[in-house]
Design a protein around this ligand. Sequence first.
Ligand code: GLP
Length: 249
Amino acid sequence: MTAPGPAPARGYGLEVLPVGGWAATVASRLCHRLMERPGLRVCLPTGDTPTPVYAELVARERRGEVSLAHATVVQLDEWAGLPPGDPARCDARLRRELIDRLAAPPVFVSIDADGPDDEAAALAHDSAARGLDLAVLGLGMNGHVGFNEPGSHPDDPTRLVRLAVSSREAATSRYGADSTPTAGITVGLARLLEAEECWLLVTGERKAQVLRRVLEQPEGLDCPASYLRRHPWLTVFADEPAASLLRKG
Ligand code: GLP
């Protein structure tokens, strides 16, 4: 496989925030975007990183400070082969932490991982993931975003992928899956780079090394998140421990 050509040099925004204020700040920005554009089409991740942001968002919605009623939430990724009741399912987690807790929920475009044809589900979701106003992403320890594992290209569409070993292990050890999935469906880097705006959420000291790889070394297939630097409007929201290995200034 040949590496994609060099990326145009573009800047990105980096916000380094104290651990205690990180989630509130990210939630505030999201509220702002929703107020500016009530019909926001936003792609949202699961995983542990965004959980406190969703809790903040729910609290603010309940206080009447923001509404997602006219927004559309597009699911970022899903394990293939986990049954609907599995605790690790991304759709269930997003519903549990955000969608179902809102008084006026948004339209939720989930990935149909329960049908007979995962390739067809991925193709359908590729259409749903076009024209995003905002793509919000977490960062995997191996540099993945969504399930765009190492080896992914910046022009990859939404597709069925083989999971990296670390992602398979995380399904059971971190997210409580009852069995180990070997594949997933993910919004592709092509759709993420096409979104009008892109946010990368990174917390915790354990992500410091990979965040440095993402931001300070040449982009490359070994670290798909590094391609996000091609995005014309990327903001990285890192807490202080996650940013601790970045060059100062
Ligand atoms: C997971 C998911 C990603 C997620 C990332 C980070 O495996 N596929 O969508 O953003 O890895 O997860 P966490 O926030 O739990 O560290």
